[in-house]
Design a binder for this molecule. Structure first.
Ligand SMILES: [Zn+2]
Length: 118
C-alpha cells in the first residue's frame, strides 16, 4: 500500500510541476501602466503640495521652511530643534512628540493644517 501511495504522490508532484510550468513561461504584463492608480506616494499630490506652499508662506517668506508646527495644524510655533525634511520643505515642530506624530502620517497632518487666510 505504501508503495502505491508514494507513486501517487510522485505523480501529483509531477502534475503540479507541469501545471506551474506554463505560467512561469508566460510573459508578465508591463506593471506600470497607470502609475498614479494606487496613490501610494505623496509626491505629485497637488493638494499636499499646495498646502505645503501656503504653509510656507505663513511666516511671511517663501523659503521652503515651514516654521509653524504642522502637527498642531500650524497653531504653534515650531523650533528648528525639532525639524523634519519633507517634500523638499523643512518643517519645524513645537516638540519631538509632534514631529513623531507627524511622521506617522505626514499627508494627513499636512492636509489637516489650518493655513490662516490673509
Ligand atoms: Zn505641535
Amino acid at each position: 500500500m505504501t508503495h502505491l501511495c508514494k507513486s501517487r504522490l510522485l505523480l501529483l508532484l509531477s502534475l503540479s510541476g507541469m501545471l506551474f510550468l506554463p505560467s512561469g513561461c508566460e510573459k508578465s504584463e508591463p506593471a506600470k501602466a497607470t502609475p498614479s492608480a494606487t496613490g501610494g506616494d505623496a509626491s505629485g499630490q497637488p493638494e499636499v503640495e499646495a498646502k505645503l506652499a501656503s504653509a510656507d508662506a505663513v511666516d511671511g517668506k517663501v523659503d521652503k521652511v515651514i516654521s509653524r508646527c504642522a502637527a498642531c495644524a500650524l497653531g504653534m510655533d515650531g523650533s528648528s530643534e525639532h525639524a523634519l525634511e519633507t517634500h523638499g520643505y523643512t518643517m519645524h515642530f513645537c516638540s519631538s512628540h509632534c514631529r513623531d506624530g507627524y511622521a506617522e502620517n505626514p499627508e494627513k497632518a499636512i492636509l489637516g493644517m489650518k493655513v490662516p487666510a490673509k
